[in-house]
Design a binder for this molecule. Structure first.
Ligand code: PMP
Length: 457
């Protein structure tokens, strides 16, 4: 039972003493006042239970307050919390060795940070140090961080500020087979394809060819002949689970490497089994990046991030001294180590694949039923549902209508997310422990909320 501060007082303090952004991102017209979490559920201060289908974005991978992770944190909290540098303690070595064992050769050197933005800042710095080049290319619609350095990588006006940022960062066209001009009905690696046709012949994706042509044009016109890096999320997160055509990353990596750049996979949202078929999102694209960045799910909610690279690239730091006081501190390492063990012990990746595939397949049936569901896509438990006025025009569903459905879903007990460059995509990214019954509950709620909206329209 909750006996803490009143809701009104919390809002008052939030307005007066907290970062004003915390008011802007309360997300709902009627905010949710969270009090407690367990696995895939959250309880508000009034005791109402919510099925949390958006905890993944807030870093929870294996479940809110997962008992095994909590026990590991408690044990380490009673033993040692200190800085990462100066002294040697076992938790760091144990974790780095364990994390490296999940990555293919030659990705074996681990740098630990406290967040995703910090990890991507470090990866940018690393790429520039190693290559001696400066320019970096990312995809439109991407989110790689909110620090002034990573804001340049991020390509979504909602997260940009008019301050000096992104010097040397250029964005190229996002290969989005639903919203982009070339369709791509058979092109993405998802249980559900887009309904938009393209002129694909067997084994050949015409849309992909067009997107690669766009990247070639960016390389020919917007950057110097040699670049430092190309960053990509294997499956866009904040951008709304946008999936690229099957060979896109493979061909893009080749073009970038030909121009002296290294390839960086931002696995902040897609890592740790979320995409179901593989432990890392990049493995679904049949590529091996030069650098992989991680955060969020790595610590199941504990602030942590990582950059993993090759010994050769890591050696660039030998030119100076680089350290991070708390990145990889003993508590973070103990927690993250327990997260990796839990993913294996709980069969988390397989659950992501099974429940995610089921959810997407059922959502596709709702897409076929309702004119305002334009696209369903994703892999494992990273799912996007793009809302439109109608399927023919693909015009955006008006924001107030989108918000109405979003609020209705919450009022029926399910928390989902939103995203996309135009804020038109529902995002489903639950803790990876959700069950088929949870999926069925959400499907019933989502169906009802769309039905309610259509009746009024
Ligand atoms: N990369 C991706 C793909 C992300 O989604 C985010 C956060 N939404 C970040 C980086 C930045 O992480 P953080 O908020 O921990 O700095």
């Amino acid at each position: 039972e909750y006996k803490g501060m009143s809701k009104a007082r919390m809002i008052e303090i939030r307005k007066q003493n907290c970062n004003p952004m915390t008011m802007k991102v309360t997300y709902y017209k009627k905010p949710v006042f969270i009090h407690q979490g367990h696995m895939q559920y959250l309880w508000d201060v009034d005791g109402t239970r919510y099925l949390d289908l958006f905890a993944g974005v807030a870093t929870v991978s294996v479940g809110h307050c997962h008992p095994k992770v909590t026990a590991a944190a408690e044990k380490q909290l009673k033993k040692l919390w200190h800085t990462t540098f100066i002294y040697v303690y076992p938790a760091l070595q144990e974790y780095c060795e364990k994390l490296a064992s999940y990555l293919p050769d030659p990705l074996k050197v681990v740098f630990l940070t406290n967040s995703g933005s910090e990890a991507n800042d470090l990866a940018m710095f690393m790429a520039r140090l190693y290559t001696g080049n400066f320019d970096i290319i990312t995809l439109r619609g991407s989110y790689h961080g909110g620090s002034p350095m990573t804001m340049g990588l991020t390509s979504n006006a909602a997260y940009k500020y008019p301050v000096a940022n992104g010097l040397g960062c250029t964005n190229t066209m996002c290969p989005d087979v639903f919203r982009g001009p070339w369709g791509g009905r058979h092109c993405r690696d998802s249980p559900v394809q887009t309904t938009r046709d393209c002129s694909c012949a067997q084994g050949h994706c015409a849309a992909n060819e067009q997107y690669i042509k766009q990247l070639k044009e960016t390389l020919a016109t917007s950057v110097p002949p040699r670049i430092a890096a190309f960053f990509a999320e294997p499956l866009q997160g904040v951008g709304g689970a946008v999936q690229y055509p099957k060979n896109y990353l493979k061909e893009a990596f080749k073009l970038v490497r030909e121009r002296g750049g290294i390839c960086i996979a931002d696995e902040v949202q897609t890592g740790f089994g979320r995409t179901g078929s593989h432990f890392w999102g990049f493995q679904g694209h049949d590529v091996i990046p030069d650098v992989v960045t991680m955060a969020k799910g790595i610590g199941n909610g504990f602030p942590m991030g990582a950059v993993v690279t090759t010994p050769e690239i890591a050696a660039s730091f030998a030119k100076g001294v680089h350290f991070n006081t708390f990145g990889g501190n003993p508590v973070a390492c103990a927690v993250a180590s327990a997260v990796l063990d839990t993913i294996i012990e709980d069969g988390t990746q397989k659950n992501s694949l099974d429940v995610g595939t089921y959810l997407m397949t059922e959502l596709a049936k709702l897409r076929d039923k309702y004119e305002i569901i334009g696209d369903v896509r994703g892999k494992g438990l990273q799912i996007g549902v793009e809302m439109v006025k109608d399927k023919t025009s693909r015009d955006l569903l008006p924001p107030e209508d989108f918000a109405e459905i979003f609020e209705d879903v919450k009022d029926m007990g399910v928390l989902i997310g939103k995203g996309g460059v135009y804020g038109q995509i529902f995002r489903i990214k639950p803790p990876m422990c959700i069950t088929k019954e949870d999926a069925d509950f959400f499907l019933a709620v989502f169906n009802k909320s769309i039905h309610n909206y259509m009746e009024k329209r």
